[in-house]
Design a protein around this ligand. Structure first.
Ligand SMILES: [Zn+2]
Ligand SMILES: [Zn+2]
Length: 186
């Protein structure tokens, strides 16, 4: 079975990581681990002009910092707002067909949009983005099925619309790479 480690970057709620693990293994047949030590977010990743973190910098940093870890995939979780060049923001980023991905909680929080704090909503949104970035690390591209977790999220509405699950087409591609989707959607 493929192994995945959830790696907090900076301060991340332990409850969230444990709940993510619980849900992840209900969707895909992988071994999920939670790093017991957080990796510090490099200061150089912060862009003071934009007031955001450079995601690509963080992804590369995570790749180097986690290269010794004995897991197939490493998914970083950071409670910040991040961007990549050419985009206003990203919910996450991953190496296509690589080993590492990262998910950012900043814009998955209801508070960002002026709402009340909502843990369950944050959890399900984070689960979707973790599944999405994991999919990229297994070589999956964006999916045209708007309900599939591999669809591109342009906004939080897209994230909320898609399900925390893979479509049958994406599931086939995943199974060719050794990951079984337990109950794919149509
Ligand atoms: Zn994507
Ligand atoms: Zn799909």
């Amino acid at each position: 079975m493929k192994s995945v480690i959830l790696q907090p970057l900076g301060l991340v709620s332990q409850d969230l990581l444990f709940d993510l693990k619980t849900y992840l293994i209900k969707v895909i047949d992988v071994d999920v681990y939670i790093a017991n030590k957080s990796i510090e977010i490099p200061r150089a990743a912060f862009n003071p002009v934009r007031g955001q973190y450079n995601s690509t910098y963080i992804l590369n940093y995570l790749k180097v910092s986690s290269s010794h870890l004995p897991y197939d995939k490493v998914i970083g979780i950071a409670d910040i707002d991040a961007y990549v060049e050419g985009l206003n923001f990203v919910f996450g980023e991953a190496e296509l067909g690589g080993r590492v991905g990262v998910v950012y909680l900043g814009r998955l929080r209801s508070e960002f949009y002026g709402g009340e704090e909502d843990y369950e909503l944050l959890l399900i949104r984070t689960l979707k983005e973790v599944l999405h970035e994991l999919g990229h690390t297994f070589g999956l591209l964006h999916c045209a099925n708007r309900r599939c977790v591999m669809t591109f999220s342009n906004s939080i509405f897209d994230t909320d619309y898609k399900e925390a699950n893979f479509c049958k087409e994406c599931s086939k591609r995943l199974s060719a790479r050794g990951v079984i989707v337990l109950d794919p959607i149509d």
